[in-house]
Design a protein. Sequence first.
Length: 251
Amino acid sequence: MSAIQVENLSKAYLDKGRGLVRAVDDISFECRYGEIVGLLGPNGAGKTTTLRMLATVLEPTAGSAHVADFDVVTQSLQVRKQLGFLTGGTGLYARLTPVEILRFFGKLHEMPDEAIRSRTEKLIEIFDMKSFQNSHCDRLSTGQKQRVNLARVLLHDPPVIILDEPTAGLDIISSRTILDFIRTAKHDGKCILFSTHYMTEAEILCDRLAVIHNGKILECDTLEGLKTKTEKHSLVDVFFHLIQQYETQQN
């Protein structure tokens, strides 16, 4: 069963210097419950725009997308209730502690106090935050802040999780904590869609991989399927082959 269903989704905007820019151009793919799908592409490929449309932050220009069977445009509130979305640059309230932030967002989700308490305790354990759970967020390291951010978006235990480069700029310990969680979430039957620049990360985690470039999905398949189609032996070689093949076709 598809948790995320994307059909002919597009996002275009006008730029003074470049005219009409198609940030996302007629893409289609799906992501199922109990599955991890990786979105790979160079900077400006359309990864973040795609994820933000699915998270109802941006409205599509054309096409459709459903998250947990809810339409991202006409049923955006229901989508948000089913979704945990982590994107780059999300800030934390500097003078609040991780525990206070989780309590605050639990209230926003209209969770009962006991549910907030028990879920907070569980997330503090999962992301190894006990040593800094009562420290003000402006005193936390980059990795600690990212763990708090991830706990925040997962507080309501959503069935669908979308992560935009969740380990970017993190040390190996923080990265491993987050990757371990992603594996656990899959085994719990959740749908995980995430973008990354780290090929090793994608290779070891993802059930399927979608390569996106210039707003278009070039291929979406298992790693073995991509290797077979391209006759390459590593994800790095697959990635560059698909990009170069696309560029050649455009010239």
